[in-house]
Design a protein around this ligand. Structure first.
Ligand SMILES: Cc1ncc(COP(=O)(O)O)c(C=O)c1O
Length: 414
């Protein structure tokens, strides 16, 4: 009997059920992944209880010798992997990393230009409900309605008129490469700082299968648990000139003690990401997404931007007469999880959510690829067409179960 089972059988039971749910579920949530067992071990290690404040060699508590070594390793690996001049590995999340950047060089009331939420941006880029939205003056840019691609001309004109102190690129829901050079040029032309939030595509960048924003951006943030595969938390990369401001902004500015177990997990994934198997996974993640997208196009769906360069595939289900919320729920009953997604244009129809967003990172982490993408698209299509028919949902669930059985997430209990 494990200590957890002994101490709290109800939580132990839920952990066991969650492990089973993961094994039996096809995870297409673009913001999720399956972390390697080494990451789980680091997260559950004794570092969980160490309290640290400050930075290696400059702590506010004693007993940090091993924690210092962990953080130094994570920093040096992050700098090496992403060819960055400085790295801060303490942010608890992607949002904390973004706040760390904003408060490093901006004052309350300063202007930020970022992508609008309904076109793929993130809450932390200054949505009115977020702390960034409350502290800064925000304007948003968006995508071209026809192509679904960022309208760079409009972005530049808007930047010249609005004169923000920072331009933010990067998105939660955008399947194409972003032209970082072009936005960097615009930022330079108005003396604005340029930040890229590569939360979603950090793993693809680490593996060098898509271009890196690091050479052209002043600040780059990422989350470690999406394509990066490394468990929760965020990282900030920046130019040396901003190193002191960033560190001060993260601690004591935005956070208190940092999570050493999480920093250890970051160090582990940064090491794993330097290897060839990680690069192969990231390459396969894009290939699998492209196969998924091709299949949906073949079936007559409107796929946003007509394809993908990343792990994301976004399709319009409203144009097929389906309700994205109902589709999400029916798919969950079939053991396929993904999320309904606002599409560009939905903002003009109050309450409308027309799309579903899929990501292939977790599929590929458990060994699936191009061949399975075709099967998965067919299963999703069946549920969309027969969204109110329980017998269809049940038959899809059985097929998902046999597919998942062929590709276990963890060979042994973690
Ligand atoms: C682009 C982007 N930035 C930031 C975040 C926030 O990360 P977290 O939820 O870890 O704060 C997300 C989360 O999905 C994201 O997609």
């Amino acid at each position: 009997m494990s200590a957890l089972q002994h101490e709290d059988p109800r939580i132990a039971d839920l952990v066991h059920k969650e492990a089973r749910r993961l094994e039996e579920t096809l995870d297409l949530i673009a913001a999720e992944n399956h972390s390697p067992p080494a990451i789980m071990e680091a997260l559950g290690s004794v570092f969980n209880t160490k309290t640290i404040e400050g930075y290696p060699g400059r702590r506010y508590h004693a007993g940090c010798v091993n924690a210092d070594a962990v953080e130094r390793l994570a920093i040096s690996r992050a700098k090496a992997l992403f060819t960055a001049e400085h790295a801060n590995v303490q942010p608890h999340s992607g949002t904390s990393a973004n706040l760390g950047v904003y408060f490093s060089v901006l004052d309350i009331g300063d202007r930020i230009l970022s992508m609008t939420l309904s076109h793929g941006g993130h809450l932390s880029h200054g949505h009115p409900v977020s702390i960034a939205g409350k502290c800064f003056e925000i304007q948003h840019y968006g995508v071209d309605r026809e192509t679904g691609l960022i309208d760079y001309e409009a972005l530049t004109s808007q930047a010249k008129a609005f004169k923000p102190k920072m331009i933010v690129a990067g998105a939660s829901s955008y399947p194409r490469l972003i032209d970082y050079e072009k936005i960097a040029e615009t930022a330079a032309s108005i003396q604005a700082h340029f930040m890229v939030d590569m939360a979603h595509v950090g793993g693809l960048v680490a593996a060098r299968v898509i271009p890196s924003p690091v050479p052209v951006a002043d600040f780059v943030t990422l989350t470690c648990y999406k394509t990066m595969m490394g468990g929760r938390g965020g990282i900030i990369l920046c130019r040396k000139a901003f190193a002191k401001q960033i560190d001060k902004s993260v601690f004591p500015g935005c956070q208190g003690t940092s999570a050493v177990n999480s920093i250890a997990a970051k160090a582990v994934i940064l090491k794993i990401a330097m290897g060839k198997p990680f690069a192969a996974i990231q390459e396969k993640t894009i290939d699998t997404a492209q196969a998924l997208s091709e299949r949906f196009i073949k079936k007559g769906y409107r796929v946003l931007t007509n394809g993908t360069d990343t792990h994301q595939v976004i399709i319009d289900v409203a144009s097929r007469g389906s309700d994205a919320g109902l589709v999400e729920k029916a798919l969950e009953r079939s053991n396929i999880v993904l999320n309904r997604n606002v599409l560009p244009g939905d903002e003009q129809k109050p309450g409308a959510i027309s799309g579903i967003r899929m990501g292939t990172a977790a599929m590929v982490a458990r060994g699936m690829g191009r061949a399975e993408a075709g099967i998965v698209a067919d299963l999703i299509d069946r549920v969309i067409i027969h969204v109110t028919r329980p017998e269809v949902i049940l038959s899809v669930k059985k097929e998902v179960a046999s597919l998942c059985h062929r590709f276990p997430v963890y060979q042994a209990p973690v």
